[in-house]
Design a protein around this ligand. Structure first.
Ligand code: PAF
Length: 281
């Protein structure tokens, strides 16, 4: 496995692969890899000749007071894991490689509507930071396919929208959520949970799974289902940000006739802001 941080070196290698007509799949990450990331890379290895993983903790997607400084950085262990599973190249640029001028005035890419709702309502710069860095990384890597976890469902839809709106010739592939045995969605931020919070955490998934079951049994009082879930989670010790039943493709508020839905959740548990989602229909 090649491990590089230089953009010119990255370009040389990619040009060589392209000359050999090798297809490229790309998995952008912020490191601190868990089985969710591994499944993205394994999926990538099955759909292209060469797989590039980037590890870059992107300052642009962290708001004031968020965990940019303390975000877990485990580069050595991440590279070992990536090498073991057969990754061809890991790209580890620095902040000045990605933002050579500065992070304040750099050109940004925004998907306006979708970026303002749900997680975007409480984290106003979050998705702008993500679409900006993913756009830069796509320009550098020029992949045929890029893979993102369905756990970050809103992020996945926003990236798909960016790629469609900007006519980027990249296939975006969503990969199913990996869960711990008790149902908790895998996330680098699960490390922030203490032992007691860790036992409570799976209730986020249980709560949205319970809403799913009620909808499948004919429940159509969406606002009532959301409010009940918020109340249940609050009683359990969560500080819910939102529980939202939405149309799966647009994240619009559904009518009772809509069949393809997604139930999304974000809730604080101690220092961890957990997110999860489940599809219905
Ligand atoms: O999902 C993530 O880990 C990040 O948001 C991403 C896509 C790597 C952009 O920094």
């Amino acid at each position: 496995m090649k491990k590089i941080s230089s953009i010119s070196e990255l370009r040389t290698i990619i040009n060589k692969w392209r000359k050999n007509q090798q297809s490229i799949a790309f998995v952008p990450t912020m490191g601190n890899l868990h089985d969710g990331h591994i499944s993205l890379v394994e999926h990538a290895l099955s759909v292209a000749d060469r797989v590039i993983v980037s590890i870059f903790v992107n300052p642009l997607q962290f708001g004031i007071g968020e965990d940019y400084q303390t975000y877990p950085r485990t580069l050595e262990a991440d590279c070992e894991t990536l090498e073991q599973i057969g990754t061809h190249l890991v790209f580890t640029p620095s902040v000045t490689d990605i933002y050579p001028t500065d992070t304040e005035t750099t050109t940004s890419v925004i998907v306006p509507g979708l970026s303002k709702i749900l997680c975007g309502a409480s984290r106003p710069i979050f998705f702008k930071g993500i679409t900006t860095v993913v756009n830069i990384l796509f320009n550098l890597v020029q992949p045929d396919k890029a893979l993102f976890g369905e756990k970050d469902y809103q992020q996945l839809l926003i990236i798909k929208r960016m790629v469609a709106d900007l006519f980027m010739p990249i296939e975006i592939i969503g990969v199913p959520i990996m869960r711990e045995a008790d149902g908790l969605a895998m996330s680098s931020r699960n490390h922030y949970l203490n032992a007691e919070q860790r036992t409570i955490a799976p209730q986020l998934f249980q709560t949205i799974d319970n809403i799913k079951k009620q909808i499948e049994q004919g429940g159509r009082q969406f606002v009532q289902l959301e409010n009940q879930a918020i109340s249940d989670l609050t009683t359990t010790g969560f500080n819910p940000d939102y529980i939202a039943i939405r149309q799966a493709q647009t994240l619009d508020i559904p009518t009772s006739a809509d069949k393809k839905l997604v139930i999304l959740a974000a809730a604080w548990l101690g220092k961890a802001r957990l997110i999860d989602n489940i599809m219905v229909g």
